[in-house]
Every structure is written in C-alpha cells, then in structure tokens.
Design a protein around this ligand. Structure first.
Ligand code: GA4
Length: 357
C-alpha cells in the first residue's frame, strides 16, 4: 500500500500548480476482475491518490439512462419552473450559489437526500405533473449506485485487511444514512454569460458575451465547481461525454498537479471523502477536485455521496493505528462534521480542524 502525503494542500489559488493532461495518472479498476485482484486494486488506487475510474460495473445501464433523461428534462425547463424546486438550502434546486458562505460556480443543480421518502417528497416541487415518475427514476438510480458503492467499500475493506471488511458499507446501508444525490448541469462555456438575476439559470436563454467576472476564470476556462474535497465517505460520479472534471494528484516527484479527467460516460469516477480519510487515519486521502468548463456543450453529472447516519461516530479504525502512525484525528460525529463544513467555504481543508496536534 502506498501511503500518501499526510498534508492536505492549500487551495490551488494559493499555489502554483500545473494542469496536466495526463490520463495515465488516473488508475482504472475493473470491478468484474477476480475478487482479490479487484480488492487489491481498489485499496491501491484509493491509497495512492484517492481517486479512480471504475469500469466493469454493469449495474446501472437502463437506470442511468432514465436518470439522465429525467435530469435533462428538468434542466430544460424555464428558470421560473425550476425555481419552484429552490432555492437550495442546502437541498433542492440551486443556481450558481453553492453552500451558505458566498461560493459560486457556473452551474445549476439539484441536491437531494438519497432516501426514498425524501426523494418522493421533493419530487412534488421538481416535477409537479409526474412526481411519482420522477421519484421512481431517481430512487431506482440511487438503489443501483448505492449497491455499487457498497461493493466498492467491501472490496476496499478486504484490500485494507480490516477485521470487519464490511465496516464501511454498513455505515451507508443503515436506514438512517445521510447520503445525497447531486445532479449538476454546467452550461456550455462558449455561449456564456449574461448572468443577471433574471436569466442566469435559464440555460436556453444564455447569450454570447465576454466573461463578466475575471475572478471566476482560470487560465483554461471558467470555474464550474470550485476546488474542494467531498466531506462524506465515498463519492461515485457519472457524467456525459463532456470533459471538465480535474483532480489534484501527486506526480512521480510527489508534486501536486491538476489532472484533467477525460470524460467517459460508461465509467464511474470514485473518490475518497473526508470521513474515509478520518476512518483510515489518513491512509486514504480525500482527493481535491474541481470542474472547469471549457466545452461548447453542456456537462451533466450525477454524484452519489455515500454518508453514514448523522449520529455515527467517526474514529480511526484500530487496524490503521500503529506506533509509527498514531491517531491523527479526534473522534467526531457526522452531525458535528456537517455543522463545521457548512460554516466554512467550499475550498476549506476542514478535516485539518479535527487534527490531534
Ligand atoms: C461538496 C460536496 C457535495 O457537493 C456537497 C457540497 C455542499 C453543498 O453544496 O451544499 C457544500 C460542499 C459539499 C462542502 C462545504 C459546504 C457544503 C457546499 C459548501 C460550501 C453536497 C457536500 O456534501 O459538501
């Protein structure tokens, strides 16, 4: 197992990082391979950079297509119709605004609690005409992707040699799991952006003009979703064939590089969240990532954030604590962590606040 660097890098804005178009740095795990091979590959890939491309999953074909069609139909509605499902606080329909502390991105999104009853309740404001059809499609997708997340977590538990290899997956199959589903819609970046308050999320109505605000630009494009790590246990992302995702990975010299992730609609992209970093005492690292919009077509992505129940206590598993790697984080509940994360900006390295010094 490769043990990654123990420090979380400060935001890219404070560093001089290069952006590499180096797909070779992104590991691929074939989940249809022999169990021990897949288990070792999961643990190695997540231990190295906290991120991998998952192929051979074969579980969500039709469910994924129905999910994408429902998402595209929603985002294709008028701004006024979509606004009925918002504003995101934090759940619901959001447009540009992310969280509660002033973060913005060039996107609109739906953020849903991944619980069947919560989805059914929310569906009434998302699709007033056919709410039960919308919730059936979303719940079917959530169920499929949750099973996939459990499979990956079980393989990871085996690959890490845990006494209870199902420890991680039990946290998310718990009936009170606080997992989320996020559906992001990034407008094409070459037909942007008259972002006044009336038409800012009427994607069809976007007009060509020069970018209005330099602060939201990077050398390569506009910031769709700014640099951050995911707070939960594990995230599973699937997107259409439009590029945009970048992950911060160490190169062969250990220097952090922004790596462009080539789009692959047939794959899932899997990343470690802050809680998995804490549970493994920093052996797995919650990867920092962002979305930079450069394409002339809209990007649609769906992300499942596998989380434990709010009352779950997060402490490093005994197997991950050794004489040379003593306990790194104090124990906390997911509820406590959530409260902290919502009080901070998107790019904050929030897990550092739980370090034992
Ligand atoms: C990042 C990962 C998920 O998209 C998310 C985001 C959440 C939100 O959009 O409400 C947060 C962000 C995310 C972490 C810091 C806080 C909370 C926005 C924000 C500024 C849904 C999540 O769970 O954490």
């Amino acid at each position: 197992m490769v043990v990654p660097s123990s420090t979380t890098p400060p935001p890219a804005s404070q560093q001089q990082q290069d952006t590499a178009a180096a797909p070779a740095m992104i590991p691929t795990v074939d989940i249809s391979a022999a169990r021990t091979t897949a288990a070792r590959a999961c643990a190695a890939a997540l231990g190295k950079g906290g991120f991998f491309r998952l192929v051979g999953h074969g579980v969500v074909g039709a469910a994924a297509e129905r999910m994408d069609a429902a998402a595209a139909a929603f985002f294709g509605r008028t701004a006024a119709e979509k606004a009925r499902a918002g504003p995101a606080s934090p759940l619901g329909y959001g447009c540009r605004s992310i969280g509660f502390n002033g973060d913005v991105g060039e996107l609109e999104y739906l953020l849903l609690h991944a619980n069947p009853a919560a989805v059914a309740h929310r569906a009434r404001s998302i699709d007033a005409t056919h709410p039960s059809r919308f919730s059936a499609v979303v719940n079917e997708y959530i169920e499929a992707v949750k099973q996939l997340a459990c499979e990956i977590l079980d393989l990871l538990g085996e690959g890490l040699g845990l006494k209870d290899p199902r420890y991680f997956s039990k946290l998310i199959t718990n009936a009170d799991s606080d997992s989320l589903l996020r559906i992001n819609h990034y407008p094409p970046s070459c037909t942007i952006h008259k972002l006044d308050h009336d038409d800012q999320c009427n994607i069809k109505g976007l007009v060509s003009t020069k970018a209005s605000n330099g602060a939201n630009l990077t050398a390569g494009g506009r910031i769709g979703f700014g640099e951050h790590s995911d707070p939960q246990i594990l995230s599973l992302l699937r997107a259409n064939d439009v590029d945009g995702l970048q992950v911060l990975l160490p190169d062969s010299d250990g220097k952090d590089m922004w790596v462009q992730v080539p789009a692959d609609p047939s794959a899932f992209f899997v990343n470690v969240g802050d809680l998995l970093q804490a549970l493994t005492n920093g052996r797995l690292v919650s990867v920092r990532h962002r979305v930079i919009a450069t394409a002339c077509r809209p990007r649609l992505s769906t992300i499942y954030f596998a989380a434990p129940p709010l009352h779950a206590r997060i402490s490093a598993l005994p197997e991950t604590i050794t004489a040379s790697t003593p306990r790194r984080y104090r124990s906390f509940t997911w509820a406590e962590y959530k409260k902290t994360m919502y009080s901070l900006r998107l790019s904050h390295s929030r897990l550092d606040l739980f370090n034992i010094d």
